[in-house]
Write a protein that binds this ligand. Structure first.
Ligand code: ZN
Length: 189
């Protein structure tokens, strides 16, 4: 089965509020295939997260995964500063995000639906998400640092929000410009 293309900014699906995954869809082949497609699209991009609207499906469903290979260009200091750590494939339907504490972090962030660019975005450092897995079982995940950034980015997609709505606009940069200045482009999401 060919993989669906990633939808880019300008498509109304990225600006709509995603519908909750309905109870009858959990545990079905249809949902399993959707999760498998999203996971493959994310890995091939490569990216560290993908929301269903990014492949044109208006459902509140996200996949996230970060791997050592995707952070190989970061120095140990850069990894530590970002709180970047590998984590296994995580599937969350109908996520609800709660921010813990007032600590914030500001780093460059990109989006697979806005290819070629990135900008500084301030995000909460410590968040907790609750939702359901693909079988409909409850999921709770409390994370800080880079996984928390990915999570906030993906949950934003489900509300029709893109990072460009939150970015520090004067830092908006082409990836090549930042690479020319010795900065690694972050994996998209
Ligand atoms: Zn994105």
């Amino acid at each position: 089965m060919p993989l669906p293309p990633i939808v880019h900014a300008g498509d109304p699906v990225l600006r709509a509020v995603a519908a909750p995954v309905p109870p009858e869809l959990f545990g079905t082949t249809r949902l399993r295939q959707l999760v498998a497609s999203m996971t493959e699209v994310m890995r091939q991009a490569p990216g560290v997260g993908l929301a269903a609207p990014q492949i044109g499906v208006g459902l509140a469903l996200v996949v996230l995964e970060d791997a050592e290979a995707l952070m190989a260009r970061l120095s140990p200091e850069e990894r530590a500063a970002r709180g970047r750590a590998a984590f296994p494939l995580t599937v969350i339907a109908n996520p609800v995000l709660e921010v813990h504490g007032a600590e914030r972090a500001t780093f460059f962030e990109g989006c697979l639906s806005v290819p070629g660019y990135m900008a500084l975005v301030e995000r909460a450092l410590d968040v907790e998400v609750t939702g359901l897995d693909e079988l409909g079982a409850p999921v709770t995940w409390r994370v800080s640092g880079w996984p928390a950034r990915i999570l906030q980015h993906e949950v934003d997609h489900l509300a029709g929000t893109l990072y460009v709505d939150r970015m520090i606009t004067r830092t908006f940069s082409a990836n090549g410009q930042l690479q020319a200045r010795g900065m690694a482009a972050p994996a998209g999401k």
